[in-house]
Ligand binder design. Structure first.
Ligand code: NAD
Length: 361
């Protein structure tokens, strides 16, 4: 139990802005420091929120700002290095997804958190939507029966991030699969309470990015096109240890309905199928339950209400509350590691051209 406000910081002010807003909205936290290597971005945000703690070097911030908790919103390849530095400075961490670009790094993060007795939370913000939470409750209640198939996807017609370092394997560890796939892999497994994954067979493609095509918002890319060396789409088949299976289908770019951008989690069970389908990040009309009543097929359109905090704000508040109360947050480092193992297996399988076996699920 902590009886004062937690001192919070944010590193990386792209999506890190959403974390900052979460701390600002949390009555038990105080946002005291920001860090970004872009001085203009740093000052713009610090001015907007009236923050005195301004750093361009996160190690300096960790040693000087007396933080209790920090969010890491850096390019993927820096997640492990920055999280480990924060944990070793005694600071609890919320790390953006994917937790790391490889299994060994993710394991080092978990070991460091355990050794330093700090919390390490992975930013799975889509778990904190009222509709996602409803599907998880539905599964947990047994209403779907035995789930035998999960179909998870995130597909964009024109959605290759044209900013940052998303097109670089060195900086990001991969492309669409690691960027978008990580969210829906986590959502599907979390809703099913994490059945172990036995094998993965995958294929990935790089078709649009190297030509500067289908960049998010149809704006010219700032990626160095010559350096674009990540997947802009891919598909995977996973066998689960409980006898079920999962298909993962992800694209940053494809020919489909103009501007389509949706994520989809479909869980098929012996007593019903639940579908979460979120188009363009909207909250309305996202759910279906297909089942039978009196021997006849019926379609249920759940009227889940979106009340209270959602997404990043709810996630940040969850960690703040768990630190205040001494409880465990959801989305632990161990759960982050599961998706990293699957993603690593996806890229290994695609490179090898055959199915790979995961050790330890
Ligand atoms: N959970 C989500 O929904 C979500 C959404 C977008 C991005 N992300 C994740 O967040 C991370 C960042 O993505 P983004 O879209 O915000 O990228 P971005 O490029 O917009 O922002 C990254 C910021 O980090 C800063 N930066 C880079 N290296 C730095 C360093 N060494 N020290 C200090 N600052 C540094 C950059 O100047 C930039 O402002 C990625 O891991 C991405 O996968 C998650």
């Amino acid at each position: 139990m902590m009886d004062r406000k937690l001192r919070a910081g944010v590193v990386g002010l792209g999506v890190g802005k959403a974390h900052a807003r979460g701390y600002i909205a949390s009555p038990d936290a105080e946002l005291v420091a920001l860090c970004d290597m872009s001085e203009a971005r740093l000052n713009q945000q610090a001015d907007e929120w009236n923050i005195d703690g301004r750093y361009m070097d996160y190690r300096q911030m960790f040693s000087e700002a007396k933080l209790d908790v920090v969010s890491i919103g850096l390019p993927n390849a820096l997640h492990a290095e920055a999280s480990i530095a924060a944990l070793e400075a005694g600071i609890h961490v919320i790390c953006e997804k994917p937790m790391a670009t490889g299994v060994a790094e993710a394991q080092r993060m978990i070991e460091t958190a355990d050794r330093c007795r700090r919390q390490l939370m992975v930013c799975y913000n889509y778990r904190y939507r009222s509709d996602s939470l409803w599907v998880r409750r539905l599964v947990q209640s047994g209403r779907l029966g035995q789930i035998y198939h999960a179909n998870v996807s995130w597909r964009r017609e024109t959605g290759i991030p044209g900013w940052g370092l998303f097109g670089s394997k060195t900086a990001s560890g991969g492309g669409a699969l690691i960027d978008l796939g990580v969210h829906v892999i986590d959502l599907g497994l979390w809703m099913m309470d994490f059945p172990a994954v036995k094998t993965i067979s995958a294929d990935v493609r790089t078709l649009f990015g190297p030509h500067g095509r289908k960049t998010w918002g149809r704006t010219p890319t700032t990626n160095r096109i010559d350096d674009f060396d990540v997947d802009d789409g891919g598909i995977a088949f996973a066998r689960l240890a409980n006898g079920a299976n999962m298909v993962i289908n992800v694209s940053w770019a494809e020919h489909s309905q103009a501007n389509d951008d949706y994520f989809h989690v479909e869980l098929q069970g012996t007593e019903g199928t639940a579908v979460l389908h979120v188009r363009n990040y909207k909250n309305d009309d996202t759910l279906r339950l297909y089942t039978e009543i009196e021997g006849e097929p019926v379609t249920v359109i759940p009227g889940v209400r979106f009340s209270g905090s959602q997404g990043h704000e709810a996630l940040v508040k969850d960690l703040v509350a768990s630190l205040k109360n001494g409880t465990l947050p959801t989305a632990t480092g161990q759960q982050g590691l599961i998706a990293v193992k699957i993603l690593q297996a996806i890229y290994e399988s695609a490179a090898a051209g055959h199915e790979v076996t995961l050790n330890g699920g």
